[in-house]
Design a protein around this ligand. Sequence first.
Ligand SMILES: Cc1cc2nc3c(=O)[nH]c(=O)nc-3n(C[C@H](O)[C@H](O)[C@H](O)COP(=O)(O)OP(=O)(O)OC[C@H]3O[C@@H](n4cnc5c(N)ncnc54)[C@H](O)[C@@H]3O)c2cc1C
Length: 398
Amino acid sequence: MADSCDILVSGGGVAGLMAAATFGAAGFHVICVDPTAPVTDREDAAADLRTTAILQPARSLLEEAGIWERLAPHAAALRIMRIIDAGGAEPVARVTKDFNSADLSDQPFGWNLPNWLLRRELLARLRDLPNVEFRPGLATTGLLARTDHAFVSLNDGSRVKARLVVACDGRNSAMRAAAGINVTTRRYGQKALAFAVTHTVPHDNISTEIHRSGGPFTLVPLPDHAGQPSSAVVWMERGARAQDLQAMDVPAFEAAMNRRSCGVLGPLQLASRRSLWPIISQSAQQLNGPRLALMAEATHVVPPIGAQGLNMSLGDLRCLLDLAHATPDRLGDADMLKAYHRARHGDIQMRVKGIDLLNRTSMLAPRPLRDLRALGLNALYSMAPVRRNLMQMGLGVK
Ligand SMILES: Cc1cc2nc3c(=O)[nH]c(=O)nc-3n(C[C@H](O)[C@H](O)[C@H](O)COP(=O)(O)OP(=O)(O)OC[C@H]3O[C@@H](n4cnc5c(N)ncnc54)[C@H](O)[C@@H]3O)c2cc1C
């Protein structure tokens, strides 16, 4: 006999755990499976040391799901997004532009949280929800859709019967493959180093993105660490250079990162391990299959620029939740899933293309093109309506 539920969530990464908590809080019976148990301790060698800036429009969804109240005490607010062009002969800031959240509302752009902590708090929330079962150690392997439900096969030989399957199983999604949905992928030959630093100059809730070549170097505010101001860093470089940087001893690495950061927060000191992430851009051609909705990295992967990745996933989740609420008796049927595809696909395509362009612009090595980039930043910034539009688009409210 197969276990049965309303919604089977394939994948318990940050997106999958958020989906399980959100649908669970809305009253659906949810089963969520993942082959690996989430790591919830910063000091664990397998901890995900990236951080996620949760943008302000996603907050209401997290509040409804009872997640926000757990996250708020650990979150660092992001009030200003500072973009610096340092593409001249020497790595110094030559153009600095501030995008201020106060120009839009009294709310910050968003709040930054470590991924390992997000997993810890999401698991705690799931434990409060009797209608959600999280089953680590299990992977989905097959999908058989019927008129009213789907059977999902698991790697222990069992099956789960669900009205809706939500694929949150990452960029190589097993459920996407089972439904035969194709993806378009762009590779940049680029990797991101993610780590934490402490610094002498307070960050003042400013997130700073520095462009030179190879990709952006981004400092995102964190709460103080060991009594000192602290930030999360994502440093994107061509693959070979990123690997060299990861292999360097700490003094050599600190010298390299201080040169690259242009001293904007004073001397930076490494405060964590360095983890390396491959950078690609990918989008699925369809967001829906029979009884199946793709969301998060199963449907879109973007370079980490402008905090779009997980925030697009929360946009997917908001849309699925609204559709499930509107017609609960039609959960997972073809009309609901077509409506999901129609509502999300255009926005996802636009963001994947836009971030791809920003990333390629940031990677530029030839000086004349870097000079053109600096001119472009100046020109865009000087037009107040354009500046405001860019901020609203970044937040996903336009
Ligand atoms: C360096 C870096 C920095 C980033 N910073 C930001 C940011 O500031 N803001 C932001 O919004 N986004 C950011 N992102 C993007 C964000 O981290 C991702 O969108 C998010 O972590 C991906 O989550 P996910 O749950 O979709 O995928 P994953 O984290 O890949 O999770 C997929 C899960 O599915 C599981 N799985 C795989 N196969 C199966 C199977 N067959 N059955 C069941 N489970 C399976 C895996 O074990 C895994 O746990 C960043 C990305 C990078 C690389």
